[in-house]
Design a protein around this ligand. Structure first.
Ligand code: BES
Ligand code: MN
Ligand code: ZN
Length: 511
């Protein structure tokens, strides 16, 4: 589906359906000495006078109160269908409400088999910033326009071919065009990441995944350096802790390293490292997951897809920072050579780790990759990982957990999440939880006390691999990586594509 601009209204004349908004106003009247509040509809903001008149005379409109998500559909004089979308109380309407309204609207337009639609931007410019409204609409359209149907014999028909934005001043056109183009790059990258995450684990092997990322980067990201490290190379780099997860697998581990440098690089240009957990499948290893818990473990590579998606969008949008993106890729499988519990391995940074549970594998992969990231001396590191089931217990499937070693850096990440309307909440790493990760027979063990602060003890483990006090923020996306059915612009099942917007916001605004 295409989102195009229609400043002069030509495309709107031919569109199947026109979408406009209406607000609800509460007016208090005194009837027989009694004050009663009544809901009335406000369409004062419609630019089209004749449409306003038609609406005023519409009999069906008398029951329409423009409450949030209330929709009135009518046929106007020119024969076009008009959808009036209720936004509720104008003073309470926020940016995220606009994304949700548009997402629901796009779904309805698809369901009703319209082929083209025109959205009156002016009427949705609730926040009085036209380019911002266009941005929000573009984001919602791009994120909603996604489905994973590769394996369906019968694919849904994509009837809605074009949505145009109309109802804005000529002098704003350039800004709107720029905003829409940026969001198209963003949502395209979100959807690339979703495709990776949704792909079946018997198709997306570690080796295959690394190849796909490399191919996508080579095709779309001009000037980006891509290195794919093989198992032998990772071994030579001392990543035995990472490789212990790969020991039982028929497929080799990979680490992908992508580097982007902005065109105008100075000595003040910041360098951000993104690190992602890329477990193409997590059986748990010898500490095998029970069947019900193993289901959906193809999503265990969502961290890597998230950071790659963010990297991709930031590069396409010409972010002003240097970015290194590191993906730790393997599956966690079982065979005779698989790492058994009680094993002791040596990490890249020299620390020894007692592996008491082979299902706590993400931290083993990330620990070595984070240590490597620190060697690059970035100004800040962010990792994303579906690291702990405990995160779902703590924050459900709506909120991402943020933890780290530097409050200023964590606040920067939380600020980017807030600016992107993505839920994120900080959990602490206290010295007692770091102490909980000490082993009696090695420097560290890979699990803390069962049922106690699992998300934070996992982060406390990761912190052992951050050196030189480099600001680091760990995002546990175990809850938010898939099944974001609470958001109309995310698929109810499968990869959500969340957290990418937060990371992109941060990368675009780092100075
Ligand atoms: N990939 C899982 C975490 C997970 C669980 C993600 C559920 C999404 C949904 C991770 O590798 C894992 O198995 N963690 C263990 C750690 C435990 C053994 C300390 C867990 O959370 O149970
Ligand atoms: Mn696991
Ligand atoms: Zn895992």
């Amino acid at each position: 589906m295409q989102l195009v601009l229609d400043q002069n209204g030509q495309k709107t004349l031919a569109a199947d359906v026109r979408v406009v908004s209406a607000f609800q106003k509460s007016t208090t009247k005194t009837v027989k000495g009694k004050a009663t509040t009544e809901a009335t509809v406000s369409v004062d903001h419609w630019a089209d006078k004749s449409l306003k008149e038609e609406f005023a005379e519409l009999r069906a409109a008398k029951n329409f109160k423009a409450g949030k998500d209330e929709v009135l559909t009518f046929t106007a004089a020119m024969g076009e269908t008009v959808k009036v979308i209720g936004l509720g109380d104008k003073t309470k309407y926020k940016a995220e409400d606009l994304r949700k309204t548009i997402a629901k609207c796009v779904k309805a337009l698809k369901a009703e088999k319209f082929t083209s639609a025109s959205i009156d931007l002016h009427s949705f410019d609730v926040l009085r910033d036209t380019a911002h409204a266009a941005e929000l609409i573009a984001e919602a359209v791009g994120m909603t326009d996604y489905s994973f149907e590769k394996y369906l014999s019968k694919k849904s028909e994509a009837t809605l071919k074009e949505i145009c934005l109309t109802g804005f001043e000529k002098r704003k056109e350039a800004a709107i065009r720029n905003a829409v183009a940026h969001k198209a790059l963003l949502t395209e990258s979100i959807n690339v990441a979703r495709d990776f995450v949704n792909e079946a684990p018997n198709v997306l092997r570690s080796t295959e995944y690394a190849k796909l990322v490399e191919a996508d980067a080579k095709k779309h990201l001009k000037g980006v350096k891509v290195k794919v490290y093989t198992k032998a190379q990772l071994k030579a780099m001392g990543m035995d802790m990472f490789l212990s997860v790969n020991a039982g697998s028929a497929y080799e581990a990979r680490m992908v390293e992508l580097t982007y440098e902005p065109a105008k690089k100075t000595k003040n240009t910041k360098h951000i490292a993104l690190v992602g957990k890329g477990l193409v499948f997590d059986t748990g290893g010898y500490s095998l997951k029970p069947g019900a818990n193993m289901m959906n473990m193809k999503y265990d590579m969502a961290g890597s897809a998230t950071v790659y998606g963010a990297f991709r969008a930031a590069v396409l949008m010409k972010a002003p920072v240097k970015i290194t993106c590191l993906l730790g890729i393997t599956d966690n499988a079982v065979n005779a050579e698989a790492t058994m519990p009680d094993s002791i391995v040596k990490a890249r940074n020299g620390k020894t780790v007692e592996i008491l549970n082979t299902d706590a594998e993400g931290r083993l992969v990330l620990g070595d990759v984070l240590d490597y990231a620190c060697d690059l001396k970035p100004d800040g590191i962010i990792d994303a990982a579906t690291l702990t089931g405990a995160c779902l217990v703590a924050l459900g499937s709506q909120v991402t957990a943020a933890l780290g070693n530097n409050q200023k850096w964590i606040d920067t990440v939380l600020g980017a999440a807030k600016a992107s309307d993505e839920y994120m909440w900080q959990l602490p790493i206290i010295p007692e939880w770091s102490a909980d990760m000490k082993s009696k027979v090695a420097d560290l063990k890979n699990i803390g006390t069962p049922m106690k602060a699992g998300t934070a003890t996992a982060a406390a483990f990761l912190q052992e691999f951050i050196k030189d006090d480099i600001p680091w923020c760990h995002l546990d996306i175990a809850g938010t990586a898939d099944g974001a059915g609470h958001l109309p612009y995310c698929p109810a099942h499968g990869a959500s594509g969340l957290t990418i917007r937060t990371l992109v916001h941060l990368l675009m605004h780092t100075k």
